[in-house]
Write a protein that binds this ligand. Sequence first.
Ligand code: KIV
Length: 285
Amino acid sequence: MARKTTHKIRLMKKKGKKIVMLTAYDAPTAAILSEMGVDMILVGDSVGNSLLGYESTIPVTLEDVIHHSAAVSRARPNCLIVGDMPFMSYKVSAQQALKNCGLMLQEGGAEAVKLEGGSEAVVDIVRSVVDAGIPVMGHIGLTPQSIYQLGGYRIQGRTADMAEMLVKQAVQLEEAGAFSMVIELVPSETAKLITETVKIPTIGIGAGPHCDGQVLVLWDMLGLFEDFKPKFVKKYANVRELIKNAVSEYSQDVRDGKFPDEAHSFEMTEEETGRLYGRTKPRDD
Ligand code: KIV
């Protein structure tokens, strides 16, 4: 299957084809997503909650995301790889953003970056990064890097005024050159209006069915976590139970001396065994 590019992703909206995006943080998972025809992989700063044990994405560093993005890119997936720019890695100045987004491509092997926020300051930074030849995906609505300012993981754009503000941000991001944007945790009506207003693809998460595509955090939809059950996540598997069952069976086998059995062990030839025992006395203990 041919590799996905930002150009192809934009064309999908024109052709009315839904875009499939999932997060991945490692090579084997990226290879599976590619084999299954996923359009885009987001190496999200959600790696912080999903894999690194943090409670939010705030502690995630540029080095963390680059490290995981490089692993994803080594799988050479056909999906477009989007590297998520973590907290404070791009908002200090346009120069900082250019340097760090450049590193995400050079060292992380990403083919595009995602920047959170729709303020005028972020829109200016998006423009600079796009001008430098780096494709940018915007991210509006709930922006997890601003949870302390937003007062937690709350639904955004619930009033007509707030929805209009989000539409304005979306238009500004489009004008700044973003090739697509994530819309997170907003009512379906708000996401629909944004999707109808901009020509670039919208990728929803907790934003209803009208977006041009959808993204989920892979480990949420695979059911790795017991306590995390937001309304917008549909569990497509129960990987937690699979892991628990496998670990339990393995532990029992080890304790019962059933593993490793002959099928999972290596043998010497009879001759070598004879020589070994002829020369070396077996230990009694
Ligand atoms: O980091 C991430 O996984 C994200 C998605 C929630 C869109 O930003």
